[in-house]
Design a protein around this ligand. Structure first.
Ligand code: SAH
Ligand code: SF4
Length: 342
């Protein structure tokens, strides 16, 4: 016989509100059910293997999974807590957690360190949600403090669509972490058919497209998958994607020195985005040993941004949060792997 439905609510409460990581501590759950749960499930499927603190307050985590693989997640402090002169709290700190969706990645982008290790496996919904839960516990962030989620860690989230959808719903559950889909952003390298699929699921999640190039020939050299899903197909999928009326689709543009940082590209980008409620986020390429790509000069970055702004396109430059802690995706894991090989 199935236990009554309210047990699920109670268990959610224990895990996500009380931060309990052992079924035995769930006092209002019958002993037999606790035992059964413990036999089949693991509340903390992740353990912290490494942690690096950046000068700007962001913290990069390397998590170990039950099969020995590792994935990264980053806690980004978007705003500090504000206190008045009497020491009373005026505003809580604002956090965003960047989560991984796979161990490795199949897409194979030329600039991405995660791609170098190939694809290993999908993360389960528990392993995706667990990253946020473990970080909240580790940082003692009050259970009722909501954080934002960006699926911008390791892996291509749309390549793991079913588990992604489950994690979006679990994050959003009001008995759990209560992170509404509006506060969750899925970043994709542009699998057009899957963008359409995600849109049809009507989850209410935000969308970010890793565009990085404005013509197909260049994009193919950076993201080989562009041969199958070209820029036009991505733009079409974005146009069909249900977007919250107050929100914009984010277009991420990784700026690589002398590759895609010219004003001609900025011009083409504006044309491409015509009629879309878009926001462009420029990202500095973060170099790592063995890559020929280079980080652009801040002046060139600014020139690119100014051009877009002058033409009325919303455009921000991503602060290089955590640059001093091997920030870009895959870089902490790579370091750890090298260390373990020594
Ligand atoms: N696979 C998804 C989400 C994870 S990648 C996607 O590609 O959108 C998350 C972001 O990390 C992407 O926007 C990607 O461009 C960026 N990234 C990868 N390698 C980087 C590097 N070396 N420097 C800076 N950003 C990088
Ligand atoms: Fe995969 Fe994203 Fe890295 Fe490309 S940038 S290899 S899609 S994780």
């Amino acid at each position: 016989m199935f236990p009554p439905k309210f047990r699920a609510k109670q268990i959610y409460n224990w895990i996500y509100q009380q931060h309990v990581d052992n079924f035995d501590e769930m006092a209002n759950i019958p002993k037999t059910l606790r035992k059964e749960l413990a036999e089949h499930f693991d509340i903390s499927p992740l353990n912290i293997v490494n942690k690096e603190l950046s000068s700007d307050g962001s913290i990069k985590y390397l998590f170990g999974l039950h099969d020995g693989h590792t994935v990264e997640a980053v806690l980004l402090k978007m705003k500090d807590a504000v206190y008045d002169e009497k020491g009373e709290l005026l505003h809580h700190a604002k956090y965003t957690v960047c989560v991984s969706s796979q161990v490795g990645c199949k897409v194979g982008c030329a600039f991405c360190l995660t791609a170098k290790g190939g694809f290993v496996r999908n993360l389960t919904p528990g392993e995706i949600v667990g990253q946020v839960l473990e970080i909240k516990k580790d940082q003692e962030i009050a259970s009722n403090r909501r954080v934002n989620i960006v699926y911008m860690g390791m892996g291509e989230p749309l390549d793991n669509l079913d588990n992604l959808a489950k994690s979006i719903r679990i994050f959003g559950n009001e008995n759990g972490l209560s992170i509404s889909p509006k506060r969750q952003t899925v970043s994709t390298s542009g699998i057009s058919t899957k963008i359409e699929k995600l849109g049809k699921m009507e989850l209410g999640v935000q969308l970010a497209i890793s565009l990085h190039a404005v013509d197909d020939a260049l994009r193919e050299t950076l993201i080989p998958m562009n041969k199958a899903y070209n820029i036009a197909s991505i733009i079409d999928a974005v146009r069909n994607f249900p977007v919250n009326t107050r929100k914009r689709v984010m277009f991420e543009y990784l700026v690589i020195k002398d590759v895609n940082d010219d004003i001609e590209s900025a011009k083409k980008l504006i044309k491409l985005l015509q009629g879309i409620k878009a926001k462009v986020n420029l990202i500095y390429f973060n170099p790592y040993p063995g890559t020929d790509f280079k980080r652009p000069e801040p002046e060139q970055m600014k020139r690119f941004q100014d051009y877009l702004l002058r033409k009325g396109v919303l455009c921000t430059i991503r602060e290089s949060k955590g640059l001093d802690i091997s920030a870009a995706c895959g870089q902490l894991r790579e370091k750890e792997l090298q260390r373990s090989e020594v």
